[in-house]
Design a protein. Structure first.
Length: 129
């Protein structure tokens, strides 16, 4: 099981680095989807710990809110953050909304908090707490 968890957590951290690099290079609208995918991957990692593998982004978001946030001891803010990142990603990817740099910075900071929260949750579960 631990081998399955490494990939999503590593990918979450990689997505954060990519988001920061895009923002630093002047691409705030492109940074937001990377911030979202960082949050999505950490949510996937938490769900894998519970033996759940939703097949869609919406399924991951719903299961994360229900299983990890609702019953798993993670603050409701984590669920709101993931949903907001999802909505922001949809805005820039599908509605072609331009995101200002300050909005991308906020999204990246939110994704960092989500990745930290999810990583700590996974570590506690791995250690039996």
């Amino acid at each position: 099981m631990s081998g399955q968890l490494v990939a999503p957590l590593d990918r979450a951290r990689e997505e954060l680095r990519a988001a920061k690099a895009l923002l630093d290079s002047g691409f705030p609208s492109q940074a937001i989807p990377r911030a979202y995918y960082a949050g999505l991957q950490v949510a996937v990692a938490t769900l894998l710990m519970l033996g759940e593998r939703p097949t869609t982004d919406a399924g991951v978001i719903a299961a994360f809110g229900r299983r990890v946030v609702g019953n798993g001891g993670v603050d409701q803010e984590a669920s709101r953050t993931l949903r907001k990142l999802f909505e922001d990603r949809n805005d820039v990817d599908y509605a072609l909304v331009d995101a200002p740099a300050d909005e991308a910075r906020r999204a990246i900071a939110a994704a960092e908090r989500l990745v930290d929260t999810g990583t700590r949750w996974v570590e506690r579960r791995k250690n039996g707490r």
